[in-house]
Ligand binder design. Structure first.
Ligand code: CFM
Ligand code: HCA
Length: 534
C-alpha cells in the first residue's frame, strides 16, 4: 500500500503532493494515524465534493415533506437540486401535504443581483403561501445571496409576522460556505434547532421514545428501520429527516433517546438537544444485519427494560433466518472479493459491515467531506484545528432550558451503562474497523481513484454518479452508495438481503471482462472475449 500511495502522489507538483500526502494514510487500527480532513480541496484537482447549499437544502431539509423549500437564487441551483436524491416519503393519505416533488425558486435574474432580491423573495413567499398554505417555509440561500447581501432572515421574520400562521425561517447556506456539504449540514441543524425543535410539548405517548437522527430514507431505508422499531415496540417520535414532517421536529424534544445513524450530518443536533433538554445520544448503524441486531440491542439496553430486551431478541430471531440463508447462498461467490468505498461522510464506513458479511475485503475507503472524528473517533475533537472556513459557520450557544431540561438518565446511570459497554455519546470512527495497511483517503481526487483502480483492480468500486461510468469503462462495476442505483432499501435485515443479492450479481457478472481497461494491451479485451465465447 505505501508503494501505491507513492505512485498516486508522484504525478503531483511537490506542493500538491505534500498536501495530499496528509489525506492519504496507511491505516493502523491499533495506533490510529491522523488524517487531514475537512480542509479546502486543491483547486483544479477534481474531487467528488458538493457545496454547502447541497448539504443544507438537499440533504438535511430535502426529505421533510411538508416544509416548502424555497430556493433564493438563480434557477439552475433549484433545477439541479430538484428530485436528485432518492429520499422517499409517505404522506398521511391522499390529502397529506407533500411538497417534495415541487421545485420552488425565486428565479433570480441579473436585475436582482444588481438591485437586490429581497422584494422578489417576499413575493415568492406570498405566492407559495397563497397556493399551498404550508405550515412552514424554509428559505435557502445560494451563492449570489451572500455576495449581494440579501438578508433572508429579516425577510423571513417580516413575512412570518405578516402571514401569522406560517413558520418561516432562512438558511445562510450559500454554496461557498465552508469547504463542502458538511457546512450546510451544520447550518441546517442550527436553524431547525432554533426555529422548530421544542415548539410542541404534547406528550404523544409511547414507552420507549426515540428520535432517529441522520437517517434520510434513501431508497426506503427509513421505512425498513421504522418497521423494525415498531415491531420491537419502540416509538419513533421524529426522524431527522427521512420520512419526516415539521410536526415531528417540533415535538422531538419529548423523546428519551436520540440515536444517530449519520454522525457527520447531525451530531450538532444531538449535542444541542442534550444540552437544552437532557436527551442523551447514541451512535447506531442499521447498515448490515449484525449491525442492525446490535443497534436494536443497544437501544433496549439503554432503556434497561427486560420486556423490551426480550422482544428485541424475538425480533432478531425472526429476522435472521432469511438473512442467513441468503448469505449461505451468496458467500461462496463473493468471499475474498475486493471493495473500495469513497462516499459522503458516513456510508464509506457503514457499508464495510455489509461487505464483511459477504466475506469481502475493503482495501481502501474514504469520505468526501468527513471530519477527523468520522475517521479517527470523537476523542480527537479537542485537538482538531479550527481554521477560518470552520470559524465562518455559526456555533449556537445552547444552555439548559429553564423549564424543560430533564436529564433522562443520571450521570451515574450513564457512567454505569458506559461501564457495561454501552458507548453513549461516542463514535469511534471508520479507522478502528479497517484492517492494518488499508488505505484511508480523504476527499479523493479523480486521478487518485483511477490510479487506485489501475493498481489494485478491485472487484467493486462504490461511489456516486460522477464516478460511475468512468469506473465502469475501466471494467470495474460501480455501486452507487448515494442513490443505490435505484435499488434498496439496504438498511435493516430486509435491506441486507437486497444488498447481498445486488452485490453478488455485480461482482460475478461476466460482462466486465469484455471491457478493455485503459491499462490493458491492445487486444487484451479481444482475447478475453474469445475465451468467453469458447
Ligand atoms: Fe450522511 Fe447521508 Fe452520507 Fe450525507 Fe450526502 Fe447522502 Fe452520502 Mo450522498 S447525510 S454523510 S451529505 S449518510 S447525500 S443521505 S448519500 S453524500 S454518505
Ligand atoms: C449531494 C447529493 C449526493 C450526490 C450523489 C452523487 C446524493 O452531495 O449533493 O454524487 O451521486 O447522495 O444524492 O451526495
Amino acid at each position: 500500500p505505501s508503494a501505491v500511495r507513492d505512485e498516486m502522489l508522484q504525478k503531483y507538483p511537490p506542493k500538491v503532493a505534500k498536501k495530499r500526502a496528509k489525506s492519504i494514510v496507511l491505516n493502523d487500527p491499533e495506533e490510529i494515524p491522523q488524517v487531514q480532513a475537512n480542509t479546502r480541496t486543491i483547486p483544479g484537482i477534481i474531487t467528488q465534493r458538493g457545496c454547502s447549499y447541497a448539504g443544507c437544502k438537499g440533504v438535511v431539509l430535502g426529505p421533510t415533506r411538508d416544509i416548502v423549500n424555497l430556493v433564493h437564487g438563480p434557477i439552475g441551483c433549484s433545477f439541479y437540486a430538484w428530485l436528485t436524491r432518492r429520499n422517499q416519503t409517505r404522506p398521511d393519505g391522499p390529502e397529506g401535504a407533500n411538497y417534495m416533488t415541487y421545485c420552488f425558486s425565486t428565479d433570480m435574474q441579473e436585475e436582482h443581483i444588481v438591485f437586490g432580491g429581497e422584494k422578489k423573495l417576499k413575493q415568492a413567499i406570498q405566492e407559495a403561501y397563497d397556493l399551498f398554505h404550508p405550515k412552514a417555509i424554509g428559505i435557502f440561500s445560494t451563492c449570489p445571496v451572500g455576495l449581494i447581501g440579501d438578508d433572508v432572515h429579516a425577510v423571513a421574520r417580516e413575512m412570518r409576522e405578516t402571514l401569522g400562521d406560517c413558520n418561516i425561517f432562512g438558511f445562510s447556506c450559500e454554496g461557498y460556505k465552508g469547504v463542502s456539504q458538511s457546512a450546510g449540514h451544520h447550518i441546517a441543524n442550527n436553524q431547525v434547532f432554533k426555529h422548530v425543535v421544542g415548539l410542541d410539548d404534547t406528550d404523544k405517548g409511547g414507552k420507549f421514545k426515540i428520535n432517529m437522527l441522520g437517517e434520510y430514507n434513501i431508497g426506503g431505508d427509513a421505512f425498513e428501520i421504522e418497521r423494525l422499531l415498531e415491531k420491537c415496540g419502540i416509538t419513533l417520535v421524529a426522524s431527522f429527516s427521512g420520512n419526516s414532517t415539521i410536526g415531528q421536529f417540533e415535538n422531538s424534544h419529548t423523546a428519551d433517546l436520540n440515536v444517530i445513524m449519520c454522525h457527520r450530518s447531525i451530531n450538532y443536533m444531538a449535542e444541542m438537544m442534550e444540552t437544552k433538554y437532557g436527551i442523551p445520544w447514541m451512535k447506531v448503524n442499521f447498515i448490515g444485519a449484525e449491525a442492525s441486531a446490535k443497534s436494536l440491542r443497544r437501544i433496549a439496553r439503554y432503556f434497561e427494560d427486560d420486556e423490551l430486551m426480550a422482544r428485541v431478541e424475538e425480533v432478531i430471531a425472526e429476522e435472521m433466518p432469511v438473512v442467513r440463508s441468503v448469505v449461505e447462498d451468496v458467500y461462496p461467490r463473493t468471499k475474498g472479493k475486493l471493495a473500495m468505498l469513497f462516499v459522503g461522510g458516513s456510508r464509506a464506513h457503514h457499508y464495510q459491515e455489509l461487505f464483511g458479511e459477504l466475506g469481502m475485503e475493503t482495501l481502501s475507503a474514504g469520505y468526501e467531506f468527513g471530519h477527523r472524528d468520522d475517521y479517527e473517533g470523537r476523542r480527537v475533537i479537542p485537538s482538531i484545528k479550527i481554521d477560518a472556513d470552520t470559524k465562518n459557520i455559526e456555533e449556537l450557544k445552547v444552555t439548559a432550558d429553564p423549564e424543560r431540561y430533564r436529564p433522562r438518565k443520571s450521570e451515574e446511570d450513564l457512567a454505569r451503562l458506559k461501564e457495561e459497554g454501552l458507548d453513549i455519546r461516542e463514535y469511534e470512527g471508520m479507522m478502528p474497523d479497517m484492517k492494518k495497511g488499508t488505505l484511508v483517503i480523504d476527499d479523493i481526487s479523480h486521478y487518485e481513484s483511477e490510479k487506485l483502480i489501475e493498481l489494485y483492480k478491485p472487484d467493486i468500486f462504490c461511489a456516486g454518479i460522477k464516478e460511475k461510468y468512468v469506473v465502469q469503462k475501466m471494467g470495474v462495476p460501480l455501486k452507487q452508495l448515494h442513490s443505490y442505483d435505484y435499488g434498496g432499501p439496504y438498511a435493516g435485515f430486509t435491506g441486507a438481503v437486497n444488498f447481498y443479492k445486488d452485490i453478488d450479481r455485480m461482482v460475478n457478472s461476466r460482462v466486465w471482462k469484455l471491457i478493455q481497461a485503459p491499462w490493458e494491451e491492445d487486444g487484451a479485451a479481444l482475447e478475453l472475449e474469445a475465451s468467453y465465447v469458447t
